[in-house]
Write a protein that binds this ligand. Structure first.
Ligand SMILES: Nc1ncnc2c1ncn2[C@@H]1O[C@H](COP(=O)(O)OP(=O)(O)OP(=O)(O)O)[C@@H](O)[C@H]1O
Ligand SMILES: [Mg+2]
Length: 239
């Protein structure tokens, strides 16, 4: 359902961030995308809903090429929570940010309000619905950004570095939430224990290319592979 073919991307500054990346992800898969800082992970996931368009190669979702004319269709299917939640929260109140997507998709106002309240409630943010987003803590912003995507019920959920600002209890809460879902999940993370707990497959990105793609626990136990790509074993496997 996600098909990336020979994808290369060079930023306007001339930085070549991805080179000839090909992968496919089937419906319902849970895929961790790992790799050191600057490897190209965010660049890759930002191609999945057309935030970035390939310099060469192609990206298709359910057989539909990701391009300007398919954005509306693609964004109904693929929900990307950006690495920086500030990039997603720009309305006067948290509830308005969560309402934005459903209203944009044409949901009627009553149903949209209902869905937005449910999404905020599921993430424990019910009490913050009327707060201006900029007054939220980082972790609260992260959950608000996730609520703003989940409310649209995408069939593919992409989370870029979701645990970087969560406390241990909210991190566990996110693990439970993700593991209770049936949708395709793609999780970019440096928190390899989180990936261990939420993904069955891992793709390792290094210097803009795929260094490994396979079973999650096999890759995350491969100390030589991880260290040769500037990563370390998950904490639970470190002595
Ligand atoms: N807007 C941009 N303009 C120019 N270069 C960029 C831009 N964003 C990222 N890059 C460069 O592209 C490369 C890949 O960056 P990317 O953000 O995809 O890495 P990442 O794997 O997500 O890293 P991190 O783990 O730090 O989030 C890096 O060399 C980075 O400096
Ligand atoms: Mg990134």
């Amino acid at each position: 359902m996600i098909n990336v073919q020979s994808l290369s991307y060079t930023y306007p500054t001339g930085v070549s961030a991805l080179t000839n990346v090909s992968l496919s992800i089937n419906a319902g898969e849970t895929v961790g995308i790992i790799g050191p800082n600057g490897a190209g992970k965010s660049t890759l996931v930002n191609h999945l809903n057309g935030v970035l368009l390939p310099s060469s190669g192609s990206v298709a979702i359910d057989g539909i090429a990701v391009e300007k004319k398919s954005f509306e269709n693609i964004r109904k299917k693929v929900g990307v929570v950006f690495q920086n939640p500030d990039d997603m929260l720009f309305m006067p109140r948290v509830i308005d940010d969560v309402l934005f997507g459903p209203l944009n998709l044409g949901m009627d106002e009553h149903a949209a309000h209902h869905a937005a309240e449910d999404a905020l409630h599921d993430l424990g943010l019910g009490d913050l619905a009327d707060r201006p987003p900029f007054t939220l803590s980082q972790g609260q912003k992260r959950f608000a950004a996730i609520a703003a995507i989940l409310v649209m019920k995408p069939s593919m959920l992409v989370l870029d570095e979701p645990t970087s600002d969560l406390d241990p209890r909210n991190r566990k809460k996110l693990i439970s939430l993700l593991n209770s879902m049936a949708m395709t999940r793609i999780i970019v993370s440096h928190d390899l224990d989180f990936v261990w707990d939420t993904c069955s497959r891992v793709i390792l990105i290094s210097h803009g290319t795929i260094a490994a793609d396979g079973q999650c626990h096999t890759i995350l136990q491969d100390k030589v592979l991880l260290e040769s790509n500037d990563l370390e074993l998950p904490l639970r496997l470190q002595q």
